[in-house]
Design a protein. Sequence first.
Length: 276
Amino acid sequence: MKQKYPAFKLHALSPPEVIHVSRMSRLPVPKVIERLIGAGLDSIPGGGAEILVDRVRKLLNCYSKATADEWLDVMRHAHRAGLRTTATMMYGTVETPEERLEHLFRLRELQDEMGGFTAFITWSYQPDHTELGGAEATGVEYLRTVAAARLVLDNFDNLQASWVTQGGKVGQLSLAFGANDMGSVMIEENVVRAAGASYCMDEIEIVRNIENAGFVAKRRNMHYEILGNPIFRERAVPRMLELAVARADGDSSRPPEIVRYTARSAAEKKARLTGH
């Protein structure tokens, strides 16, 4: 990708994915990060953090992908290597309010140590079509969580509003509760859509929400350097009213690279054994 599009900034491979590469290649995490940087990686997203408390991670079946310490350690090594990263929190599953705070305190501690996080993004658990099920936290709880994060994470310059899970209007409200960033225009999204959320806003809609809330909209890069005014005010941009998807509804086909991959999940192991 970097060879074909050298101007692209590759914000890719969350800590659990870096750990997976480390385990498969039998290389230590610092060496994996070194090689990824050599291949063109520019920054690491904060995905897979969920709640950085191992009691919660075990209940959510993500402990084996990355313990709380392992997730934080990947970010520590990334920051040492000169990469900037983001941090996230998914709340509303099985954690307690105290465990949410523990998550925030651990992020603040690492930020004090390394200073490599550019922004924090929180969103509520999306329960539809999930094995865990349950109910989604309210918009009011989301706004309270953003406000609490703004108070606790006093060493984070930026808090991003998760309009992708909360919708444009709650995203707009979050600008008055501590958020200062509406995130990016999304062309395609498949993760939260699979769990029932499918909000879409193009640049024009994002800017409208920001300006109607009394703020000035500017473009930024991954390092939160201001690049200029919205693109649609400089040239004509086609409207985008719905997100693209990697897989159309009802498409159950399995690409060859998945068929050949040694199955890791229970569902994939079952499919491999049964031949379906």
